[in-house]
Design a protein around this ligand. Structure first.
Ligand SMILES: [Fe+2]
Length: 250
C-alpha cells in the first residue's frame, strides 16, 4: 500500500491542487492529512472541502482547532488570520457550514495504525508541541519524545520536512536525497508543509509512505505561489508577510 501524507496546507489551494495532481501520478491508494488545513491562506473553504472529500484520515491541527474553538498562543498576524478564517468558514448554506464545523469538531488529535503514530505536533503533545531540527541536539527532549513513539511517528507543524533518529540526529531532505528507508529503528518523520514550506524551498512538500518498499519518499511540487500571494495581498486581514514568506519558502 502507498499512502500520501499531507500537512499544513494552510488555505493554499494552488499548492494543494498541485500536490493532488502529483499524487494522482504516484499510484497512491490513500490520502492522510496531518492537520492545519486552514489558517494563513486565502482559500480555507476550498482546502477544507477537498480534504473532507479525499482524505481517509485527518488529524486535528492547531490552526484547525483555533478556527472553531477559542484561539490562544498565536502571534497577532496569525490571530488576525484565524479570525478571518473563522468568518470565512461561516459562509455558504447552513448545511455546508454545519458540515465543516462537525468535521473539524470530530477530528482526532492522533491516530495509531500498527506501530505508526500520526500526529500534528509531537508524540508528547499531539496538537501543539513543535519538534524543530535544532531540537535534535536536545537529548533529554528527544529521549522523552522517542519514549512515546511506537516505531514510527509521522508529524507536521514545523513546516520543515526531514527525519529524526534516536541518536539523536535530524536528516534534512537533501541529506537523505528525498527518501528514507524504514528500518527497525524508531523514527520521527516530519512530512513537510503543502501550503507554507519553511525550509527555504518554496515548492509544496508532501510525503509518500510505501509500506511494501518500507520507505518514505519526500516530494516537492512547484506551484503558482504568485497567484496565492496576489490573493493574500487583496485581503486586508491577511498580512502581506503571509504572502511574502511563500515566495521565500520560510
Ligand atoms: Fe501549520
Amino acid at each position: 500500500m502507498r499512502q500520501a501524507l499531507v500537512s499544513d496546507i494552510h488555505g493554499n489551494i494552488e499548492a494543494l491542487n498541485a500536490v493532488m495532481a502529483d499524487i494522482a501520478q504516484q499510484s497512491v491508494d490513500e490520502l492522510i492529512c496531518l492537520g492545519d488545513i486552514v489558517g494563513y491562506g486565502p482559500n480555507p473553504i476550498e482546502c477544507l472541502e477537498l480534504i473532507m472529500k479525499k482524505a481517509k484520515l485527518t488529524i486535528l491541527g492547531n490552526h484547525d482547532q483555533a478556527s472553531v474553538f477559542d484561539p490562544s498562543g498565536f502571534n497577532p498576524i496569525a490571530m488576525k488570520a484565524i479570525l478571518w478564517t473563522r468568518n470565512e468558514l461561516e459562509k455558504g448554506s447552513r448545511r455546508a457550514v454545519d458540515q465543516r464545523w462537525d468535521f473539524i469538531n470530530e477530528l482526532p488529535k492522533q491516530h495509531q495504525m500498527d506501530k505508526m503514530l500520526f500526529v500534528h505536533g509531537s508524540p508528547n503533545d499531539a496538537t501543539n508541541e513543535y519538534v524543530f531540527p535544532e531540537h535534535a541536539y536536545d537529548k533529554t527532549k528527544m529521549d522523552r519524545l522517542f519514549a512515546k513513539v511506537p516505531l514510527y511517528c509521522f508529524q507536521g507543524h514545523t513546516h520543515i520536512a526531514g527525519v529524526f533518529t534516536p541518536d539523536p540526529l535530524f536528516i534534512d531532505l537533501e541529506e537523505c536525497d528525498y527518501s528514507f528507508s524504514l528500518s527497525r529503528e524508531k523514527l520521527m518523520i516530519n512530512i513537510g508543509s503543502v501550503g507554507q514550506p519553511r525550509d527555504e524551498d518554496p515548492r509544496a512538500c508532501y510525503t509518500i509512505l510505501d509500506h511494501a518498499a518500507k520507505k518514505v519518499f519526500f516530494r516537492r511540487v512547484a506551484y503558482d505561489f504568485e497567484a496565492t500571494i496576489a490573493k493574500i495581498y487583496k485581503i486586508p486581514e491577511l498580512d502581506n508577510q503571509l504572502g511574502d514568506r511563500l515566495r521565500a519558502g520560510k
